[in-house]
Design a protein around this ligand. Sequence first.
Ligand code: SF4
Length: 570
Amino acid sequence: MKLLRVDMDQLLVKWEPVPALYERLGGRALIARLLLEEVPATCDALGPHNKLIIAPGLLGGWSVSAAGRLSVGGKSPLTGGVKEANAGGTAGDALGRLDIKAVVGEGQPARNSWHILYIHEDTAELLPAGDVQGLGTYATSDRLQERFGPDSSVISIGQAGEGLMCGAGVCVTGEGNQRSNHAARGGLGAVMGSKGLKAIVIDKPQAKPLPLADEQLFRSAARTYAQKLINDPKLGRSGSQHLYGTASIVAAVNEIGSLPTRNFSAGSFEASPQLRGTVLREVTLARGGEAGTRCMHGCVIACRNVYADEEGKAIVGTLQYETISLVGSNLGLDNLDAVARLNYMCNDFGLDTIETGAALGVAVEAGLAKFGDLDSLLALLEQVGQGTALGRVIGNGVVTAGRVLGVRRVPACLGQAMPGYDPRSLKGNGVTYATSPQGADHTAGNAFGARNEVNPLGVQGQKELSLKLQIIAAMLDSTGLCLFARPPIIADPQLMVDMLNGIYGWGWTKEEFDRFNRDVLRTELEFNRRAGITAADYRIPEYMREEPLPPHNVVFDVPDADLDAVFETL
Ligand code: SF4
């Protein structure tokens, strides 16, 4: 395998063999180690010393179902610490097939110098961005696929990333004409913008058989894993994940009182029935949209959808739970059409819908728009694309919005907005938000699926649960496996060990693999420690510890001592 280093200062590309230290790493694990080794932890996240790292997981390129996710990483301008965000789509698989361990963007060009990195088989070159500079992610992807071919994968940023706004994510094209796969969190779109990289285009690799260390071991484990996905009652063809996508959980999150509602002032929303996955499917199919689509080739779950307007014209694909909660119930919007319009605009500007939905919630509390009033919210969001001062406030995320607009109720940990689970009534997630080196991020350890194991409203057992989930998340993010495809691996980790040993011949045991996953967290925590981040920086905001959240009227009351002890047994 090889590394592709892209020097944005000298505008040079360089292939190099993978250093021994990085050989057995992929995705999030590689990002954590590379940051620790090569990036000064206290550097300016938008300056020349930070690096933009784009890496497939260890399973990338091997046609394992739902395992082609692409990790994007760097020091986060939002949290000031380590960040990895990942996206579905075709780019992770393409890089894996090309034997590319990672693309590493380094240095910084002169201001307003914009480039595209074009990768074709064993060659790479930087090209002037030309007429795609200034465009949203939809038009950027369209133009680049017209130019380089419809099968190429495009990784791009929109106006938010170009404007170095800290709510900016990185957009990745998916199977067919899909556009909206986003490595959304942590402001990595701004890091990409700071490198003057508007897009990376990867030509579809020739289908070349890559050597496997133990073909039989790999194929047998991959087949068993895929069959277990197909047979899983939630993930298979009659399962809720396939039929309704992530929106299938709207009712249950509302039920436990954790659905962000009107800037996290309540945990249930009276109009939540209109936002459910069943409604999403019904409306989608009635209008000629699509349900049960895939973001990447070979995923047997196929959880996605293409949501269409009343004329049957696609608005956005896919509408996801986190977006429905943060730009839906959190803004008091009672219908999916409104959510889809805001979602489209966020996608086009290249904004994280979680960060932006939270920032808009704070803006409403400041009196700049009204809950439930789509027009006033659209008018605010439009300003991000226009780059006005107020638009830049929203585009820089919820903490900036709170500070500038004088709002104290800011749902964030470590500078990053909370996703769609209020930590007061899903305390396991609160522990994750308040301890994860990734900041408030449900994908770092989501306790929602474990709500029947540990009482979400209680304190007991939360720190142990969060640690367990954080280790699993590190495994998923380092192998490139989709979060939704985790059940067979959690039930039988040997399947993952066999797939990796079958590909690479490392002879890992389950215990060694567990150590590998724990090391990801250790490395990230060390980077954050070097960056000067302390326990107090991770904490749940004071108001959530003091103001009861309806309908259960609970506060976040997991003691600091428990939070401080989460990693004691790591
Ligand atoms: S489950 Fe959904 S998000 Fe995950 S890989 Fe499959 S289609 Fe993509």
